[in-house]
Design a binder for this molecule. Sequence first.
Ligand SMILES: [Zn+2]
Length: 115
Amino acid sequence: MHELSIAEQILDIANEYSERENVKAVQEIELEIGSLSGIEVDALTFALDVVTKNTVLHNAKVTIIDVPARARCESCSHEFLLEDFFSPCPECGAFQTETIQGQELRVKSLIVNDG
Ligand SMILES: [Zn+2]
């Protein structure tokens, strides 16, 4: 399952951060998931539940931020929201566009309680 390895990578990031910052528990983790990333949010949430047992992410609230896909037209440099991979530029109709956002999966922030 693709989402399981992603969940493990997210846990790795949280573990590294916690060791560096001497944190024992993360309260909340914010993830940015691009609409073109192909990640099933439900599957990822489930996988996170499984891999974070007895870790710094145990009981952490998972907040998912949807990142819409954006593209830049290679012909007129117009930037626009991409409905799917094959949408033409709404300004000039060109199909040569570069995807500039929407394929990412990123840990945006880890929120901890230092108290
Ligand atoms: Zn264009």
